[in-house]
Design a protein around this ligand. Structure first.
Ligand code: NAP
Length: 303
């Protein structure tokens, strides 16, 4: 039976660090969170952003734009926030309207890279290319002020894997581990593949093409670490998981009014050594790292 790794402890640590850093800053920081139309998962995420902002004393500015807004008008709104000196960070919440026919990466490139608290701007993604765990650790500890904002989801996954290694007394770390990523989006899979490769893990990338071929079980059965970020409830079955694997569930969908992950949780936990729950796992920590990035963005601005 797996250790169910709630993010509470790590979360408290990051919250404490954030509060310490905030106490050293004389101004109240502001975050603008922009959404288009209504989406259950995005609404949940915005709600948790707002709650955490209240806890930390951050000025949270939600901007919910109508679903029929044109790409041009959206761009003009983002530009206005980019130029607003009182706003330290911006989040553009997915999904974006399909009518825009714009790739996610084009939309994310509209934000100033210095206010890009989700680390999605092409410059921040480019800077992430050579990142290793030392760089990540120093960024988490606020001990390095590089011009780099890393996706809070990616930071959360890395922090949770490191904690999982500690829980199972694994002293070898990533080197030589077989990691299967499920989902290859800009925001998660494409970033993690770089980090894990730099750490000398052997990474398999799986996505919709793998599932269509019925090949997901094959790639999962040999994985020491599984990281899934799809958003399809119960996609991953218990019997596909290697005994003793570390299982990180990033997926968040809403089913019967509740947040659920990609794992067939009750079955997967029978075989895994460690599993993150949804809710209470990666998502919970992501919000704290989001504000960590807001503080970094503010510091970089004043550097
Ligand atoms: P996304 O851009 O839609 O990406 C989903 C990925 O999963 C794509 O690579 C997609 O492939 C792949 N996929 C779709 N169906 C699949 C299947 N049946 N088998 C395997 N792969 C499949 O979404 P995202 O923004 O990366 O978010 C993914 C999930 O993570 C969502 O549930 C989201 O709510 C959650 N999320 C959580 C956090 C957090 O901090 N907890 C943060 C961000 C996102 P194609 O593109 O080829 O279809």
């Amino acid at each position: 039976m797996a250790i169910i790794l709630e993010a509470n402890q790590i979360c408290q640590r990051i919250e404490k660090d954030n509060l310490t850093q905030l106490s050293l800053i004389s101004t109240k920081l502001s975050l603008a969170s922009v959404g288009v139309g209504q989406d259950n998962s995005a609404n949940l995420y915005q709600l948790s952003q707002q709650k955490a902002a209240q806890k930390l004393g951050i000025n949270y500015i939600p901007l919910n734009l109508p679903s029929d807004i044109s790409y041009g008008d959206f761009k003009a709104q983002v530009d206005k926030i980019n130029r607003d000196g009182k706003i330290d960070g911006i989040i553009l919440n997915k999904p974006f309207p399909t009518e825009w026919k714009a790739k996610d990466e084009d939309v994310f490139s509209l934000i100033s890279d210095k206010k890009d608290v989700e680390g999605m701007h092409p410059l921040n993604r480019g800077r992430f290319f050579s990142v290793d765990k030392q760089t990540v650790s120093s960024i988490i500890a606020f001990s390095s002020l590089e011009h780099l904002l890393i996706s809070p989801t990616v930071l959360s996954v890395i922090a949770i894997i490191n904690e999982s290694f500690r829980k199972v007394n694994d002293t070898e770390g990533y080197r030589g581990k077989r990691v299967t990523l499920v989902g290859f989006s800009l925001i998660i899979g494409k970033m993690l593949v770089l980090f894990l490769g730099n750490e000398l893990a052997t990474v398999s990338v799986t996505h919709i093409g793998t599932d269509e071929k019925g090949d997901l079980p094959e790639y999962l059965r040999s994985a020491d670490i599984v990281i899934s970020a799809v958003g399809k409830p119960h996609l991953i079955k218990g019997e596909w998981i290697k005994k003793g694997a570390i299982v990180i569930d990033v997926g968040t969908a809403v089913e019967d009014g509740k947040a659920v992950g990609d794992m067939d949780f009750d079955k997967v936990k029978e075989r895994a050594a460690v599993i993150t729950p949804v809710p209470g796992g990666v998502g919970k920590l992501t919000v704290m790292f989001l504000y960590h990035n807001l503080i970094l963005a503010h510091k970089l601005k004043s550097k």
